[in-house]
Design a protein around this ligand. Structure first.
Ligand SMILES: *Cc1c(COP(=O)(O)O)cnc(C)c1O
Length: 427
């Protein structure tokens, strides 16, 4: 499979290059040249196959030309060492729980898959350096997904004081091949530093760099597995799918799934107060702006990187996008009310991101429709916030508590490219 750049000014690349480079030379995002439709037989029988087996068929469609089948199956089965169950929150509304992986947030699947694919392509060739900007959850998922993988060094850039204490512990206490960089700025500053590093010729001449943000095809495409698994569990093809969105990697993977024939009625992208995509749907114009801080901080993104992919997937047509995807946006106060109300009525405890998804779905469903929303993080990852909202203690799973016991280590840097560059060259 060849991958082209959304900016159209870089040469096409094979999977190996797309995965090891991350971003194309013209700063565009790589897109597969074609998206294979899965046969009807697959959809008829998906309900009787396991998460791993269905996902392996999806992975085969994306990566089968470039990775031997048995190797790809091994990568998928190692990645999916946990389930993503559907739970009925109330009649007709299901939560697709994506938080049962090692860091209790949905990015584990993409990170674990990418680490294994990168090792497949670069094993034994000397160090490769993974740069990742995080507003909270990406850093922990990527750091844990890559932890201890030989020949790979990981640099996590996070905005000082803007991630939760539990999230911070999940990438600052690991050590080994993981270095945490505390940037005096916002998430957008972190993302800009990473993007600048990828196009700096001198830096790239002296070290091999790649990205593990959802701009990397190996990180975002495997997220399509979730949506096939949801439909397989639901047993119906006409559900509405709602995805709480920040950088739009997760929903973009779902839309790729639709192109592969996945039967979903329509999609809803739920935003917090960072409503650039919501406004795009209203006006047809994409106007990125600096992000604002919210209690659903993994969605605090002012210029969603995967917008370029969605724009391209739909032939640069706002109407075509609107035909498949609607939007919603919620303030912190609305998110808080939703968590409180859902918990009181149903006993189901949402995290602030899932709360946007739940509310957008509940408000968006027409009478008689069924839907599912992605519950993207375990509520205990936002313990202080959620406890304050519901006025009751939230139990912390053992896996999460273990991170809190480690020693925090990070390097403080200004939001300045020259300083970041210098640090990398001497690291
Ligand atoms: C990353 C993240 C999101 C947003 O996902 P995107 O793919 O960036 O749209 C939502 N919720 C949680 C908990 C996340 O970690």
């Amino acid at each position: 499979m060849m991958y082209y750049s959304t900016n159209g000014k870089a040469p096409k690349a094979g999977l190996r290059k797309a995965v090891t480079k991350g971003l194309a030379e013209d700063r565009g995002l790589y897109m597969p040249e074609s998206i294979k439709r899965l046969p009807d037989e697959f959809f008829r029988t998906m309900g009787s196959r396991s998460f791993v087996d269905n996902s392996a068929r999806v992975a085969e469609a994306f990566f089968g030309e470039d990775v031997p089948s048995d190797e790809l199956y091994r990568i998928v089965s190692e990645t999916l060492s946990f389930d993503c169950p559907l739970r009925e929150v109330e009649p007709g509304i299901f939560a697709l729980e994506l938080f049962h992986g090692p860091t209790l947030a949905f990015k584990d699947v993409g990170a674990r898959f990418m680490a294994r694919l990168l090792r497949h392509f670069t094993g034994g060739e000397g160090d490769i350096n993974v740069l990742v900007a995080t507003s909270g959850d990406t850093g922990s998922a990527v750091a844990n997904g890559f932890l201890g993988v030989e020949g790979i060094r990981v640099f996590v850039l996070y905005p000082k004081g803007k991630v939760s204490p539990i999230q911070e512990c999940q990438f600052t206490t690991l050590g080994q091949n993981v270095t945490a960089l505390e940037i005096d700025g916002t998430f957008d500053d972190c993302q800009a530093l990473v993007k600048a590093a990828f196009v700096d010729e001198g830096l790239n001449a002296s070290m091999r760099l790649t990205s593990a943000n959802s701009i990397n095809v190996a990180r975002f495409l495997p997220q399509a597995f979730y949506y096939f698994h949801a439909v397989a569990q639901l047993g119906t093809g006409d559900a509405v799918c709602c995805v709480p969105s920040g950088n739009f990697g997760n929903i973009c993977a779902a839309l790729f799934g639709r192109r592969m024939g996945l039967p979903v009625k329509r999609f809803i992208a739920a935003n917090n107060a960072n409503s650039v995509f919501y406004e795009f749907l209203q006006t047809g114009e994409y106007r990125p702006r600096p992000s604002v801080q919210t209690i659903a901080n993994a969605m605090d993104v002012g210029d969603p990187s995967n917008f370029a992919r969605i724009w391209d997937l739909y032939g640069h047509s706002p109407e075509a996008i609107r035909a498949d995807v609607s939007g919603a946006t919620y303030s912190d106060a609305q998110i808080e009310n939703t968590i409180r109300d859902c918990y009181a009525r149903t006993g189901y405890l949402l995290d602030p991101h899932g709360a946007c998804g739940y509310r957008a779905l509940k408000e968006g469903l027409q009478p008689g429709e069924t839907g599912f929303f992605c519950e993207t993080a375990h509520p205990a990852k936002f313990k202080d916030t959620v406890e304050r909202i519901i006025g009751a203690p939230v139990a912390v799973p053992e896996r999460l508590a273990a991170f809190m016991k480690g020693e925090k280590k990070s390097v403080a840097l200004p939001a300045d490219f020259a300083a970041f560059r210098e640090f990398l060259l001497t690291a």
